[in-house]
Design a protein around this ligand. Structure first.
Ligand code: ADP
Ligand code: MG
Length: 319
């Protein structure tokens, strides 16, 4: 089982940022309103994610670390719905197989917190308020071949911050803070969607973009499309969410690019932040362990809706 977990880890855990993504996923699933991400050495030495969510009852702590142990799938329909972020019950087991992991948690009404060490399975009393802290230390310590692929601490840190940023854009109602080596790197306070976009992507992007509001019925699109001047300052700002989940989707990206065809000349990349709300029965998730890809029942329709929505925002006439 250890080996199977390590193989699963190969798909789920590529670098510290993958761990950050999964742990923040879990914190959000647990209903957290404040999430702290504390990193050492770009996350390679340590990743600690603390939340104020529901917590895990002490008797369930050993279970949380087991493969396919998820508290989240109750029916097949739930598997189809993109409602919750995590849904396969593999992340914690996979991460634990390639690191030194410990979880401290306190659930509502518990007299105190408990801490479990993943390797020994030892459970001990601990002190903390309601919520969960997951500590991941010495990532890939037992798989030096994988550790060799990691980049500099600064690069890994940037990827970790980007992982939090992706969550933060989708959840303005939750406060996020990222620390590195004891220093506060980013802090986004809970607030409105507008405020969050400005805090995370910058006031400049807000000024240099237009509101997107398109689609109808089972396929709605909203967000912001950057004007050509926005791509001058930053070219790597492309965020797409399907039902609250960050995705990288070729079809959607192509739809956006075709909207920009006559606006952005040359090799410039458009900047955009798009939230697609799609009837769950029209999308397939669970295509890839990193949960970043989504398959659509009617790709052509989706492509066109995305293109029109962005064209309308940019006030481009429809060809
Ligand atoms: P999944 O998220 O797909 O269920 P994970 O391996 O990520 O699988 O987590 C396993 C289980 O551990 C979750 O289903 C949940 O019950 C529990 N868990 C993990 N992280 C947290 C957290 N931060 N707060 C509360 N429960 C958690
Ligand atoms: Mg999860």
């Amino acid at each position: 089982d250890e080996l199977i977990s390590q193989i699963a880890a190969g798909e789920v855990v590529e670098r510290p940022a993958s761990v950050v993504r999964e742990l923040v996923d879990n914190a959000l699933d647990a209903g957290a309103t404040q999430i702290q991400v504390k990193l050492m050495a770009g996350g390679v030495r340590a990743i600690v994610v603390e939340d104020d969510g529901l917590g895990i009852p002490s008797e369930e702590l050993p279970l949380a670390l087991r493969r396919h142990a998820t508290s989240k799938i109750r029916s097949l329909e739930e598997l189809e719905a993109v409602g919750t972020m995590g849904f396969r019950g593999e992340a914690l087991a996979a991460i634990a197989s390639v690191s030194e992991m410990a979880i401290a948690s306190r659930s509502e009404g518990a007299a105190h917190a408990h801490r479990i060490d993943a390797r020994s399975g030892e459970l001990a009393p601990a002190a903390r308020a309601r919520g969960t802290s997951v500590e991941v230390r010495e990532l890939f310590f037992s798989t030096p071949a994988r550790r060799k692929f990691l980049k500099t601490d600064a690069t890994e840190l940037a990827h970790c911050v980007e992982a939090v940023r992706r969550h933060a854009l989708a959840r303005p109602d939750v406060g996020f803070a990222v620390w590195h080596e004891g220093k506060l790197v980013e802090q986004w306070r809970a607030g409105t969607a507008e405020q969050r976009v400005a805090d995370v992507l910058g006031q400049e992007f807000v000024a240099e973009s237009r509101e997107v509001a398109g689609g109808a019925g089972p396929l709605r699109i909203h967000g912001r499309a950057g004007l050509p001047e926005a791509s001058r300052s930053r070219a790597d700002m492309q965020y797409v969410y399907v039902n609250g989940r960050f995705v990288r989707d070729k079809l959607i990206n192509h739809g956006v690019r075709s909207a920009y065809e006559d606006v952005l000349h040359g090799h410039r990349q458009p900047c955009y932040l798009l939230f697609l709300e799609i009837d769950p029965s029209l999308v397939d998730v669970n295509v890839h362990p990193t949960k970043i890809e989504v398959r659509f029942r009617d790709g052509r329709e989706l492509h066109q809706r995305v293109r029109y929505a962005v064209q309308d925002a940019l006030a481009v006439s429809r060809a």
